[in-house]
Design a protein around this ligand. Structure first.
Ligand code: SF4
Length: 454
């Protein structure tokens, strides 16, 4: 876990940083970024980063102090930015709530920070309070493409605008506050690839420590709240946000070297046995990223049956289910699915297959009979309410693909105990019609949201 925004250099931590950093480590927070945000605190932040291997620094002038920004401070930030532990420029931005500095000066200083971030090739840490429109306008106008909007308090529209520029959204302990329903709704909409967590310590301690001095160890409370909101595990949020923070701030290791054969989400074990697929779906995540929930799924080669079984181990029964999924169509490798499913069942596991429903066309026979007795659950991508929409969204290589999917769903219930037809809410999909089609075929129905994977 990484606390991407704290202020260890501030006076509430004077004389206590050894203990605070140790408590963070004990809680599983292995890295933290301390944000020097005033003319006095910049040097202190860099000094702290030098003292603790797990502490990194960002340096800039908070919009409150924008009026104090001088050419000398600009040079100071620029000189310090070459320190190897300095990983970002900021925090900078706009704060129209307090207006401790005139807004025109805030804007000018924000733009100077952005220019410096580009010049030094560092991401920019952005503060925005009651200034959403101007912050978004400056981000777009100045072409900011690397950075984070810290302690996010905006609405979904702002989140979308910021992410469209390639920036991350960082969630603080405010998400745990009783009156933060609007923020919690936005947190649910942020794709994994854009999510970070932070404390903003010593401020904004999450519940149940609200009102006390915050510290990096408490970022775990925020991460747990985010995990609950998004219906995943704490470990999932830890993995996702750690990958994102490593990637944004250039911390090591930024990227697992090889695609994984097995990967865990919540308490299910997923199997990534192929990256091949017959279809080219417009919404397919594998065209956007190598990662799902922080796991690298880009295989350098297809694993053998023995390698898959070794990766599963002997504890298949401890998982809620073992799922053939990954970055491709598992039924391209029917024999492997059968062999590995047999192994999982022998070890007390529950088997699910996520499939595009074209297995019978791929193998030119009714393969459902071969899965009978081995597979407990099958999720089949219905994708559309009619053949032309299916063709436009999924680009199958077969004639009659949509009809084959319908037949596969209808036939599955005779061989597999639990059958679900799934749909992604992509443009042009009539979800209600799809729901009715699934019911008519005797299948359950599940709506998946665009950009939410795993
Ligand atoms: S069927 Fe699944 S794996 Fe294949 S392209 Fe479509 S979304 Fe991607």
């Amino acid at each position: 876990m990484i606390d991407t925004h704290c202020h260890l250099e501030m006076s509430p931590f004077d004389g206590e940083t050894d203990a605070v950093v140790q408590r963070a480590h004990d809680a599983g927070v292995h890295k933290m970024i301390t944000i020097g945000s005033s003319p006095q605190s910049i040097e202190n932040a860099v000094a702290l980063a030098g003292r603790y291997p797990s502490v990194y620094a960002a340096i800039g002038i908070h919009p409150h102090d924008a009026r104090l920004f001088t050419p000398a401070i600009y040079r100071q930030i620029k000189d310090l930015s070459s320190n190897e532990k300095v990983v970002a420029i900021g925090e900078t931005g706009l704060d129209y709530h307090y207006k401790h500095s005139p807004v025109d000066i805030q804007r000018e200083v924000f733009i100077r920070h952005i220019a410096l971030a580009k010049e030094t090739n560092l991401p920019v840490v952005i503060h925005s309070r009651e200034a959403s429109d101007d912050v978004v306008s400056i981000i777009k106008g100045e072409g900011v493409s690397s950075g984070v909007l810290h302690c996010f308090s905006g609405d979904e529209k702002m989140a979308e605008a910021v992410m469209a520029s390639g920036l991350y959204i960082s969630i603080s302990g405010t998400v745990t506050f009783k009156n933060a329903a609007a923020l919690r709704a936005v947190v649910n909409t942020i794709p994994d690839d854009y999510l970070l967590v932070e404390t903003d310590a010593p401020y904004l301690a999450p519940t149940p420590n609200r009102g006390k001095r915050n510290e990096p160890a408490y970022v775990t409370l925020t991460a747990r709240a985010v995990a609950d909101l998004r219906g995943v595990s704490y470990e999932d949020i830890d993995r996702i946000t750690t990958l994102n923070a490593n990637r944004l701030f250039g911390l090591e290791p930024a990227r697992p070297a090889n695609g994984q054969i097995t990967y865990k989400i919540r308490n299910s074990l997923y199997l990534n046995i192929t990256n091949r697929c017959t279809n080219v779906c417009t919404f397919c995540v594998r065209y956007q990223t190598d990662f799902v929930k922080g796991h690298n799924l880009r295989l350098s080669r297809e694993p053998s049956d023995a390698e898959i079984i070794e990766s599963i181990g002997t504890n298949a029964a401890i998982f809620d289910e073992v799922v053939f999924c990954g970055y491709g169509e598992p039924l391209m490798r029917l024999d492997t699915v059968i062999n590995v499913s047999r192994y999982i069942k022998t070890h007390g596991g529950r088997v699910r297959i996520n499939t595009n429903g074209l297995g019978c066309l791929i193998h030119k026979r009714n393969i459902l009979l071969e899965l009978s007795g081995l597979v407990d659950v099958i999720s089949i991508s219905l994708n559309a309410q009619d053949a032309s929409t299916y063709q436009r969204l999924s680009h199958p290589p077969f004639e009659g693909a949509y009809e084959a999917v319908l037949k596969f769903i209808a036939g599955a219930k005779d061989c597999i105990p639990e059958v679900t037809a799934t749909v992604v809410d992509a443009p042009g999909v009539d979800v209600e019609k799809c729901r009715q089609i699934a019911a008519a075929l005797g299948a359950m129905f599940r709506l998946r949201h665009l950009d939410v994977v795993g």
